[in-house]
Ligand binder design. Structure first.
Ligand code: SIN
Length: 282
């Protein structure tokens, strides 16, 4: 079957049809998906029928997989994170703009998310293009940001308080942490990173995990970080993916951010995710 690629928005995201991830994906097919990912930042493949091992096998084509450092994996599959929101839950996982695992020395290169069960409407995922966010800034601010590094950690998100009230790691009954409450991760990365494959510069701060600029206090960093967090979600940098059962989203964490909408209370949504280990941002 011929592979087709249809952009979802000018900024980010493309639907790719004609690839069955449950079969061994040939090198040519894989090359097309990989090129589409580099060109569009996120690709969406519908009507897949996958078990966790299929997801792992396809993810491994991009590199070794992360074991999520903070959340309990799917039983029997350490590399698979099951993202669950039950009808009685109020919180969801990933419900604010972020890039995956930016608090690690080697944050995720890509993530692959498979829709097992979705609500009748709602639960869409938004994506934003961080090349465009960077390029839309003034020359002066770009020069300032080019010289800065920032501290990313898990302290705002992976806390019992965050999970209990309005947090974004899901309700504790549905999504369990794998480590004690006081376990945390932290890393320092450039505020603007150069994508190792495209050579383009992308803004690399996110409101989940970036807490301050290096050698500055949180209070000193807050005004500029607040500006950047508001800037990077401008609608013209984004797309919105409406899930269907069996759809897969594959996104490049080096140049995009994403946001899982929490607008489907009373319904169940179950997704399975693998993340591919990346390199140290430069
Ligand atoms: C995530 O942040 O990985 C979750 C995205 C989603 O559930 O749509």
């Amino acid at each position: 079957m011929a592979i087709t690629i249809q952009p979802v928005s000018p900024a980010v995201g493309a639907e790719v049809a004609g690839v069955d991830l449950a079969r061994p994906v040939g090198d040519n097919e894989f090359g097309v998906v990989r090129e589409a990912l580099l060109a569009h930042g996120a690709v969406f493949l519908r009507s897949q029928v996958l078990n966790p091992q299929d997801l792992i096998d396809f993810g491994r084509r991009f590199g070794p997989l992360n074991v999520h450092p903070m959340m309990r994996p799917l039983d029997g599959y350490p590399a698979v994170l099951e993202i669950v929101k039950n009808p009685e839950d109020r919180n969801n996982f990933g419900g604010s703009w972020h890039t995956d695992l930016s608090y690690l020395e080697r944050p995720a290169l890509a993530s692959l998310l498979y829709a097992k069960e979705i609500p009748p409407v709602g639960g869409d995922t938004l994506f934003a293009n961080m090349y465009l966010a960077y390029e839309a800034l003034s020359d002066g601010l770009r020069r300032v940001l080019d010289g800065l590094r920032a501290v990313h950690n898990t302290r705002m998100i992976y806390t019992p308080d965050a999970q209990a009230g309005g947090g974004i790691i899901g309700d504790a009954a549905s999504m369990q942490r794998s480590r004690p409450d006081d376990a945390h991760e932290e890393a320092i990365h450039p505020v603007v990173r150069t994508h190792p494959e495209t050579g383009r510069k992308a803004l690399y701060v996110n409101c989940n995990f970036t807490v301050r600029f290096e050698d500055m206090t949180e209070a000193e960093s807050a005004p500029l970080l607040r500006f950047l967090f508001a800037h990077l979600e401008r609608p013209e940098f984004t797309c919105r993916f409406r899930w269907s059962e069996g759809a897969v989203a594959l996104w490049d964490n080096r140049c995009t951010q994403h946001y899982a909408l929490n607008d489907y209370h009373g319904h169940r949504r179950v997704m399975q995710r693998v993340s591919v280990e990346g390199d140290r941002p430069v």
